[in-house]
Design a protein around this ligand. Structure first.
Ligand code: NDP
Length: 293
């Protein structure tokens, strides 16, 4: 048994937001107010919470904050028009359309309609290409950027480390793997997914294990090499009648059995989650700076 280091995403995110506050003040002094527009289509409760906290954080930092809430029956054309208007709005430097949109919306087409210079989620093909090219003018998706920041701030050396990423989504898994293998990180990376054979065996190789799956407590103790660093990206709602809400949040890692084996681990909640919003603010500042020059 060993006492793992708990990677406190709340504290690291607070420090990142302090940096953002200072940078906002510098931009304001130059006459640039960073602006972020968040668009929500429909009334998905989890999305409403995310959009609310993004808008609140913007306001706290002194950003120009636009929150557009559209009914679930909004058409593709109407949503494209909203994006077009935001592309043309000089007060808006960053645009985010909260995922997932209702089923009748073609999310890929919406992402492609966002001006890549305002795509602070980093999902536009131009920004995906810049990530592959390691071009720092691109926007890095916020959740994997937040995981990298947590590793960096916690003094975890990725150089030469065996990293395993479970999940290959464009939001988390793939960009996470690209960041880990990039020349400023130098990990040796394996990406696993639902068709991978012997997932526990693959995971046991990892010095750094990143779980981004969306399956509550899937990663068990016998999947983890003793001394590994475990980053749990999963946010899953599981029924819990002892809670007022009727549910509790849990990650993709069986925390209580895995944590004692690790050298460092993120809790859920309070690990990767807070980092995502902090990195979104950082991306918005980058957009404002890049527009300002
Ligand atoms: P997706 O559903 O888009 O991707 C999940 C990935 O996990 C897929 O690549 C899928 O494989 C893989 N997978 C599913 N089941 C298995 C399995 N049994 N074994 C191995 N791999 C499996 O999810 P996201 O990437 O968007 O999100 C992942 C998790 O992270 C979710 O819990 C989400 O809520 C959370 N999240 C948290 C954020 C935060 O701020 N902390 C932000 C974004 C997401 P395949 O491709 O083969 O289907």
């Amino acid at each position: 048994m060993n006492t793992p280091k708990i990677l406190d995403g709340k504290a690291v995110a607070a420090a990142v937001l302090d940096e953002c506050r200072a940078e906002t003040a510098e931009l304001l002094a130059k006459g640039i107010q960073p602006g972020l527009a968040v668009v929500l289509v429909g009334a998905d409760p989890a999305s409403q919470v995310y959009v609310g906290s993004k808008a609140r954080t913007c306001a706290e930092l002194g950003f120009h904050s636009v929150k557009i809430e559209l009914p679930a029956e909004t058409t593709q054309e109407e949503l494209l028009q909203v994006v077009k208007d935001l592309n043309a709005d000089p007060k808006v430097h960053g645009i985010l359309v909260q995922s997932p949109p209702p089923k009748h919306i073609d999310e890929e087409a919406i992402i492609r309609a966002i001006d890549p210079r305002k795509d602070v989620d980093g999902f536009h093909p131009e920004n995906v290409a810049k990530l592959v090219l390691e071009d720092p003018t691109g926007f890095v998706p916020c959740t994997p950027a937040g995981c990298m920041k947590l590793l960096e701030v916690s003094g975890i050396d990725t150089n030469g480390a065996e990293a395993v990423v479970i999940g290959r989504s464009m939001i988390v898994g793939k960009p996470m793997a690209l960041l880990l293998v990039a020349k400023n990180s130098n990990a040796t990376v394996t990406i696993a997914h639902s068709r991978s054979k012997d997932l526990p065996g693959i995971c046991r190789r990892a010095d750094i294990l990143i779980a981004a799956v969306g399956r509550p407590e899937m990663v068990k103790a016998d999947w983890v090499k003793p001394g590994a660093v475990v980053i749990d990206v999963g946010i899953n709602r599981v029924e819990d009648s002892s809670k007022k809400s009727g549910y509790r949040l849990t990650g993709d890692v069986a925390y209580s059995e895995v944590a004692p084996l690790t050298s460092a681990i993120t809790p859920v909640p309070g690990g990767v989650g807070p980092m995502t919003i902090a990195m979104l603010m950082k991306n918005t500042l980058q957009a404002a700076r890049q527009f300002g020059v």
